[in-house]
Design a protein around this ligand. Structure first.
Ligand code: GLA
Length: 356
């Protein structure tokens, strides 16, 4: 009887070891948190709930901490969605990455106005301060890292900054430093990131590097770069990725991959209608190509153990991905580690195997 009890116990132990090995966040436990961007409604889906608990150790609200949601009108705050995500994370011993405080999109006009006219720089900074203090203050000690400024750098041309941003139009580049200072005052312990896309592209990368170097020289409290991993089966190359990580590591910054998804189409920005025949139907060949790309990315991350402090996927399952409708309306994409049936894809196993 005793023997049987002991062998039952060892069976349970073995099963739990095997199960743990299949948990993404378990495999990465000694390296960095593995995050997922979620909307609060997704937490009510039992299949997503189980995937999150098993595989992820960090959450990021995909939209519910953005200014248009949290403060649609001056002084009118909506915290319900963000609170639900923070609560879920705490219940499940996960970290929370906050996204995002200052951005040219999804930010209501009142930030940039004063009694119907364009706000002065002084008034703009009052709005910024009040918003950052309210949001960062509310989640102090609960959100360990913030994307403080999102996408301030221009994609094209000579200009370093996104000059058409309403923040830039009123305050010039100085708004970036100001946002970091306010965020640091509001929670001195939070790790503060500058976050952007296409960081691997040489021209944009050089601009971001120049900006961060200057901020650091001025003593602005920026501690990390968030590299949005909105990549694809075509880009970036291994070389571009390595060079990018080396470059930002050389500034002494921490690096997080903040919005990872690997599209099966070429990167595009402007919205458009679908062309005949361009819809890819999911098949083994694409699945394997994508898995190989995920494996390469994570093997490169392995080369930067002291620098990379987190990877966040921009979603959990392919059916809840922004890329299903963007940039091509109605075109399905398959960018994540789990399919629309909540099952592990080859990409999932490739990521796990990249750590063996
Ligand atoms: C950018 C933003 C994110 C999100 C994605 C699209 O990368 O940083 O907040 O809006 O676009 O989902």
């Amino acid at each position: 009887m005793k023997m049987r009890y002991i062998s039952l116990l060892s069976c349970v132990f073995l099963v739990s070891v095997v199960l743990k090995a299949q948990s993404l966040s378990g495999v990465f436990a000694k390296k960095y948190p593995i995050g997922a961007a979620v909307s609060s409604f997704m937490l009510k889906n039992p299949s997503i709930d189980s995937l999150l608990r098993l595989h992820f150790s960090s959450l990021t609200p995909d939209n519910e901490m953005k200014p248009e949601v949290t403060e649609p009108q001056e002084g009118v705050f909506h915290w319900t969605g963000a609170d639900a995500i923070v609560h879920f994370a705490q219940q499940n011993h996960m970290k929370v990455r906050g996204h995002c405080l200052v951005w040219h999109q999804q930010t209501p006009n009142w930030f940039f106005e004063d009694h119907g006219k364009q706000a002065s720089k002084k008034v703009l900074y009052e709005h910024m301060k009040e918003h950052i203090f309210a949001e960062v203050g509310r989640y102090k000690g609960k959100v360990y890292a913030w994307d403080v400024v999102n996408e301030a750098i221009s994609d094209n041309g000579k200009s370093i900054y996104r000059t058409e941003s309403p923040w830039y139009k009123i305050a010039g580049k100085d708004y970036i430093a100001q946002a970091f200072r306010y965020a640091h005052q509001a929670d001195p312990k939070a790790v503060l990131f500058y976050n952007d896309y296409n960081v691997f592209m040489p021209a944009k990368r050089a601009k971001i590097y120049a900006m961060l170097k200057e901020l650091l020289k001025e003593g602005v409290p920026v501690q990390g770069i968030g590299i949005q991993g909105h990549w694809s089966i075509y880009e970036p190359s291994e070389k571009e990725l390595k060079e990018t990580l080396q470059l930002f590591a050389s500034l002494g910054l921490k690096i997080q991959i903040t919005e990872m998804d690997v599209s099966v189409y070429h990167w595009e920005k402007n919205e458009r209608a679908m062309r005949p025949g361009e819809q890819i139907v999911w098949n083994d060949s694409i699945a394997n190509i994508q898995a190989a790309r995920y494996a390469m990315f994570f093997r490169v991350f392995n080369e930067f153990p002291k620098v990379i402090t987190g990877v966040t996927f921009w979603g959990v399952t392919d059916n809840y991905s922004w890329l299903n409708n963007y940039p091509v309306r109605g075109r399905r994409n398959y960018p994540l580690l789990f399919d629309k049936f909540y099952q592990e894809k080859p990409a999932f196993h490739a990521v796990i195997n990249s750590q063996r």
